[in-house]
Design a protein around this ligand. Structure first.
Ligand code: DGY
Length: 306
């Protein structure tokens, strides 16, 4: 995408052209004169920051999640917040499946064995995993990404069950059956999280939920780290309640709990859910288009929900 094509003439764009995101100081310094800022999940947008950005009219978050943005503080300041749902669904679902397969088939351990020169030849009992066919996948949250995961899991022969917030049942879903959270925890061989990060979902999965899971269940998290109580997850792994985990997100990113790093049965990725060329290009143009709509006085397409 060429940003100039989206914004048109008469608009100045300041591109932060670095591999890393801006520091808070850089964001304030460069954002002071801006009417719109395109942000990422790594930028913390809070009241103190907003106070230093007097010209700001819109935060266009280039992500579907926006738990890094204090939406209430933005509203109080009259700053509109938009996000980019729908454009990273397939990429994130692909990554959830990659983590699921990596855990089920012990890909991380096998790769390390070969690379470190520990592969001494084929053995009938080496690194045995589990096949997905016939296993039950439980999806917590059933939005766009969960549905895309369900479609993929169906192709692998999995039975898919899903619980939704408030346990509102859904009907006519070709790939998943609605269950309560309690049923999901008790029945799933693999659990994949697909709820947004928020106060309401913080530690949705903690000690009591781990205790209700089947022994040996695998947990996949491509949603937000705050949804899981990480200390409780480490304890569940240590006592074998959890048979493995595939994680792309962490409670205090970029910090990763040392108890997770220490384990062979945990696959750790650095928040790569939307990290494909296709998704990132769409995220950038979607965010930029909504930023421009607001600056021109038009309604944005993807205002964050109330
Ligand atoms: C999102 O869009 O919320 C992702 O976490 C960013 O990669």
């Amino acid at each position: 995408m060429d940003a100039a094509d989206v914004v048109g003439p008469g608009v100045m764009i300041d591109v932060f052209a670095h591999e890393r995101g801006p520091t808070r100081e850089e964001l304030i310094d460069r954002g002071r004169a801006c009417g719109a800022i395109v942000t990422s999940v790594a930028d913390r947008i809070d009241r103190e920051l907003l106070e230093q950005l007097p010209s700001l009219r819109v935060i266009a978050q280039a992500a579907v999640g926006y738990d890094n943005v204090d939406v209430y503080a933005c509203r109080a300041r009259g700053v509109i917040v938009t996000h980019t749902p729908g454009v990273l669904t397939e990429s994130t679902a692909d990554l959830a499946l990659a983590l699921l397969l990596a855990c089920a088939r012990r890909v991380r351990e096998g790769e390390a064995m070969v690379r470190e020169g520990r592969f001494g030849g084929w053995s009938p009992t080496m690194l045995l995993g589990h096949e997905l066919d016939g296993k039950t996948l439980g999806l917590i949250g059933y939005g766009r990404i969960a549905r895309a995961v369900a479609r993929r899991a169906d192709a692998f022969g999995m039975r898919v069950i899903a619980s939704t917030r408030g346990d509102v049942p859904f009907e006519n879903e070709p790939y998943a059956v609605h269950v309560t959270l309690r049923e999901l925890l008790a029945e799933s061989d693999v659990i994949s999280l697909h709820v947004p990060g928020s106060r309401a979902t913080r530690h949705l999965i903690g000690e009591p939920e781990f205790a209700r899971m089947k022994r040996g269940v695998v947990l996949i998290n491509t949603a937000r780290g705050t949804v899981v109580d990480e200390a409780a997850m480490v304890r569940a792994l240590e006592r074998g309640q959890l048979g493995g985990a595939g994680l792309d997100v962490y409670e205090e990113e970029p910090r990763v709990h040392p108890g997770l790093v220490a384990r062979d049965d945990v696959v750790l990725l650095p928040h790569l859910g939307s990290a494909t060329r296709e998704a990132r290009a769409r995220m950038a143009s979607s965010a930029l288009r909504d930023a421009m709509r607001v600056l021109r006085g038009d309604e944005p397409v993807h205002l964050v929900p109330e």
